[in-house]
Design a protein around this ligand. Structure first.
Ligand code: MN
Length: 233
């Protein structure tokens, strides 16, 4: 059974390493074995840990330090986790090197975009538009806003639909897309809700939280099933 590396949150105030159980349940529901890899500050150990896994799931969490994409941190940027900013790009580069599938969720799409040379809006409402409420933390269900899935994309094939409603628990998002990536889903305000590798490598990233709704809405479970299927190859 494929083992899926899961990146946790790392809270220096409470000194706790935390993973929302929804990620764990989604990997289990998809037929994988979730294994949490702590954000170790040691490249060799991160690589050795990831090499024992078959797929990589990058979870949500704090904002990526704007210094990672060459910007100064503005007051509108949120909390940072320097440990994750170090560890996750190491895991991402290693996974890509090995052809290991990557599913990035929320902070996951943000760190993949930054790790591959892209940039982020430090705050959507202040730097892009505020007509659509992307930071919509009080709607845990699937209906924060609609989303269009672009034709001829991996996401379209995996989810089997060209549009759906999604939750939206983010205040940052992709600004400049990283080289080698293409946008696969767009919100009604034009904001990027998903991206994937342009050349067919198994990298799939989404800005919403499929793990929160996959038990009710099977098209979201299919993202995790894709990860586990690719991890079994
Ligand atoms: Mn959104």
């Amino acid at each position: 059974m494929p083992v899926i590396a899961v990146t946790p949150s790392w809270d220096n105030d409470t000194r706790r390493m935390v993973v929302n159980q929804d990620y764990i349940m989604a990997v289990l529901d998809a037929g994988g074995i979730p294994m949490v890899i702590p954000p170790m500050q040691d490249e060799a150990r991160l690589i050795e840990a990831l090499d024992r896994c078959d797929g990589l799931l990058l979870t949500g969490g704090d904002d990526v330090n704007p210094a990672c994409y060459g910007e100064e941190k503005l007051p509108c940027c949120g909390e940072l986790t320097p440990e994750r900013d170090f560890a996750e790009p190491v895991l991402i580069r290693r996974a890509i090197e090995k052809g290991m599938p990557i599913l990035g969720i929320c902070r996951g799409i943000e760190i993949v975009n930054v790790a591959l040379g892209g940039t982020l809006y430090q705050d959507i409402a202040l730097q892009y538009k505020d007509e659509l409420k992307h930071p919509c933390y009080d709607i845990p269900a699937s209906d924060a806003h609609g989303m269009r899935i672009l034709p001829d994309t991996l996401l379209r094939r995996v989810m089997g639909t060209d549009a759906c409603m999604v939750n939206s628990r983010h205040h940052q998002s992709v600004k400049a897309l990283a080289p080698g990536m293409i946008i696969n889903a767009v919100a009604p305000d034009g904001l990027t809700e998903g991206m994937e590798a342009a050349d067919g490598r198994p990298i799939l990233c989404v800005q919403w939280h499929p793990e929160s709704i996959q038990r009710r809405l099977p098209e979201h479970l299919r993202l995790f099933q894709w990860l586990v299927r690719e991890a079994s190859k």
